[in-house]
Design a protein around this ligand. Structure first.
Ligand code: PEP
Ligand code: MN
Length: 363
């Protein structure tokens, strides 16, 4: 299979790893016995290349389990010694980095609650100057590409070369059925800005529910992401953090076995030609959509003048309600998804109001 740049980077950074890269382990290290039991089971799963466990846990509110701290680094050393699995921990400040490096951790990750804070990211970056270790950068809690890219740049500026991103979804009041809204388009945006940064998905934190992990993981691979981080616990229901979203090693094995790995490009000439044909028909439709939008704008401009001459407001609530309602009905007849129709006309209407405002200002 033709390797893309990210595939070759991953195989040079993790020579023992299979791809897509799979990182697994508990949300939190709870005891030496627990991490060893999980790691021994994960060692049997050939696709798992890296063992994760949170040592310092950034919790949204105080009072919940905040990790056992530095003592767990010793437990992770036992994991590595007894299973040979490389280990990764979350770091949120320079002290965490120093302790993790001293303990010989193989990889680090920056959590979503840290990526939002450039002071902490810079502090972490400074403490990694001249250190050769892979660093995973989770997306910030809210969907701001700049913070995600900024964290990657801060690491890159101090010379960290092995940088990976982790898409763990975004806080939203409308995330349901998931804990965090995937907003996969943010991964596309990141990829467009930083095409050589491998991106893993974290279906556990996106889903927040172990029953949805398979589906989210498959979507991630269908979208051409490069790996998965999946929280795995030997007794998930009794986990001290993120219980609902952790799977047993047996379930992880089943999830990984059922995943279908897709390819970005194919060489089958027949398939390529069918794809090209469909794409050219889609292109033609998009061009005609744009020409219809241009015609619509002409009418909007005419309307702006008329409203101005009649001293009417640009925005009329009743017209907006009617517009939404009609388009929903027309969309229903065409079996179009309600949210597609709604989103498209939100954007069209926003620009229509913007255009009318601008034209009236110019006159
Ligand atoms: C975690 O990986 O356990 C974690 C705290 O994740 P996030 O930073 O994505 O919330
Ligand atoms: Mn977690």
């Amino acid at each position: 299979m033709a390797a893309n740049r990210r595939t070759s980077l991953l195989s040079s950074w993790f020579p023992e790893a299979t791809q897509p890269l799979v990182v697994a382990g508990p949300c939190s290290a709870e005891s030496e016995k627990q991490v060893l039991a999980i790691a021994k089971s994960l060692k049997e799963i050939s696709q798992v290349s890296l063992f994760r466990a949170g040592v310092w846990k950034p919790r949204t509110r105080p009072g919940s389990f905040e990790g056992v701290g530095e003592v767990a680094l010793g437990w992770l050393q036992s994991v590595k010694r007894e299973t040979g699995l490389p280990t990764a921990v979350e770091v949120a400040n320079a002290h965490h980095v120093e302790a993790s490096l001293k303990a010989g951790m193989d990889a680090l990750w920056i959590g979503a609650r840290t990526t939002v804070n450039p002071f902490f990211v810079q502090e972490i970056a400074e403490s990694l100057r001249g250190v050769d270790i892979p660093v995973f950068v989770k997306n910030p809690i809210h969907p701001e590409l700049g913070l995600w890219l900024g964290a990657i740049e801060r690491l890159s500026q101090v010379g960290v070369e092995k940088i990976l991103a982790v898409h763990r979804g975004f806080f939203s009041t409308q995330a349901a059925p998931f804990r965090n809204d995937p907003k996969w388009e943010l991964s596309f945006d990141l990829r467009a800005e930083a095409p050589n940064i491998p991106i893993l998905a974290d279906p556990s934190h996106i889903a927040g529910d172990r029953n949805l992990i398979q589906e989210v993981a498959q979507t991630a691979l269908d979208l051409n992401l490069d790996g998965l981080m999946i929280e795995t616990h030997n007794d998930p229901d009794r986990a001290l953090s993120d219980a609902a979203q952790q799977v047993t090693p047996e379930s992880l094995q089943s999830i990984l076995t059922h995943l279908e790995v897709k390819r970005e490009e194919v060489s089958d000439a027949k398939l390529v030609s069918v794809i090209e044909d469909i794409r050219s028909r889609i292109d033609a439709l998009d061009e005609s959509l744009l020409s219809q939008l241009a015609q619509r704008n002409e009418l909007v401009a005419e309307m702006a003048k008329i409203k101005e001459s009649g001293k009417m407001t640009i925005f009329q609530l009743n017209r907006w309600f009617q517009l939404v309602d009609d388009r929903r009905k027309w969309g229903d007849k065409l079996k179009l998804d309600n949210s597609l129709v709604h989103d498209v006309f939100q954007v069209i209407h926003k620009h229509s109001v913007g255009l009318q405002t601008q034209l009236n200002k110019e006159k």
